[in-house]
Design a protein around this ligand. Structure first.
Ligand code: SF4
Length: 405
């Protein structure tokens, strides 16, 4: 382990974000992170990586915009001051309000626009709707182009049909978007493998974390994209909720990380950054506590040891029944395509693990009435049998209906 790298020593890091130690001394996590924010070395450079063949140099941490950006302008400013050079938003976040918040930031800080990589997303649609949509996005963002434009929430690359691809080529030529790609929470491996053979995919943002990274299929998919020059961004990197020390496995993991001065959330980020093919992690950082802790983790160059990575992997195995791995094709097929089990479980994760109750209910409400009506009356026996994570799908669907309906 390096003691002095990039102007930030391991001691500085422990002083800055030694949350494990602080928590152990009786401070609650919010106060602990405040202490980190107060003493963070703001002069240390933020590491950057190249985003595939786009050639864009991006900070390894991207500011996810699924929060009230309109009323958190200082937080956006602080992220930029600390070296974050990429904002991620979407029309769907707050019905355009997230884009508007970033647009306000650019209106007040016009010089910042050319320094920042802006990502926005629209749902798959006709070229006419996409054209109308991108103009509205640009207006809200107060800019005349976005660096990366993604089709939002793809579960199969075939959803991006050839009219959409032609639209992307035309819109790139017009200068409104520089690069084209998609975001993906479901069937990530299949989408990535297909992307490696699709020269029209510049960038993929996909669910990737310490639970998902170990399978041969995921490794092959990430490597194939890396070799083909597809830029890769990771999201959902926490792999569910925080480690709560409620089980022996969780307590052992926390103890192990505390010894090294990490908290579990920082360790999970570091596990993803271990893969150099991942250019950046898109993280929702709705307050200074989280931003500060994540920035400090990004700037500290201490790497997780092989044994810590194995500990995380073991923990993932021991707690796998608490996490939906996004392999939606498997359970969707098992229920005859009636219920998008994977998408329902994502709503439940937002509700329970992230505490994003309004967002979870909003997403759940966007499912067709038939899906919500049949949620508790569908036979999930086969789906439970084939689910590689061993999830109790019947019970989880009942929870979703009760909490989100
Ligand atoms: S419920 Fe099981 S099969 Fe379905 S997406 Fe989640 S992990 Fe995969």
């Amino acid at each position: 382990m390096s003691e002095k790298k990039d102007g930030l020593t391991r001691r500085d890091f422990l002083k800055t974000v030694g949350l494990g130690g602080l928590a152990a001394s009786g401070m609650d996590s919010a106060r602990a992170i405040t202490a980190g924010a107060q003493s963070a070395d703001r002069t240390a450079p933020m590491p950057r990586r190249k985003l595939g063949r786009t050639g864009i140099e991006m900070s390894i941490l991207t500011l996810g915009g699924m929060f009230d950006t309109v009323n958190n302008q200082l937080l956006i400013r602080q992220a930029v001051n600390w070296g974050v050079n990429c904002f991620d938003t979407a029309e769907a976040y707050g019905n355009g309000l997230s884009e508007e918040g970033f647009g306000r930031f650019f209106a007040k800080n016009p010089d910042a626009r050319k320094e920042i990589i802006v990502i926005t997303k629209l749902k798959a649609s006709t070229p006419e709707h996409l054209s109308e949509g991108i103009d509205k996005c640009l207006k809200r963002l107060n800019t005349d182009y976005v660096d990366l434009f993604f089709i939002h929430g793809v579960g199969d690359l075939k959803e991006i049909d050839s009219p959409m691809r032609d639209w992307a080529a035309r819109t790139k030529a017009s200068g409104k978007i520089k690069f084209f790609g998609y975001s993906c929470h479901s069937n990530m491996e299949e989408c990535l493998l297909a992307s490696a053979k699709a020269d029209w995919v510049d960038v993929a943002m996909f669910a990737y974390n310490f639970r998902l990274m170990h399978t041969p299929k995921m490794k092959d998919a990430v490597n194939a994209c890396g070799d083909a020059g597809v830029g890769l961004m990771a999201m959902k990197t926490q792999g569910g909720g925080p480690v709560k020390a409620e089980s022996e496995a969780e307590a052992a993991l926390i103890g192990k990380l505390m010894e090294r001065g990490f908290n579990d959330k920082q360790a999970k980020l570091k596990a993803v950054w271990e893969n150099q093919k991942i250019a950046s992690i898109c993280s929702q950082m709705p307050n200074l506590y989280i931003l500060s802790a994540n920035v400090a983790a990004a700037k500290d160059l201490t790497r997780l040891s092989g044994s810590e990575l194995r500990h995380l992997e073991n923990f993932a195995g021991q707690t796998r029944t608490s996490y939906c791995a996004g392999c939606g094709n498997i359970c969707a097929e098992a229920v005859g395509g009636i219920i998008p089990v994977n998408d329902v479980l994502r709503c439940l994760m937002y509700y329970r693990e992230y505490g994003e109750k309004d967002l979870a209910r909003e997403l759940f409400a966007s499912f067709p009435g038939e899906v919500r009506d049949r949620l508790c009356n569908t036979d999930y026996t086969t789906a439970e049998r084939v689910c590689p994570q061993g999830l109790k799908i019947t019970s989880l669907m009942k929870d979703a209906s009760r909490l989100l309906g």
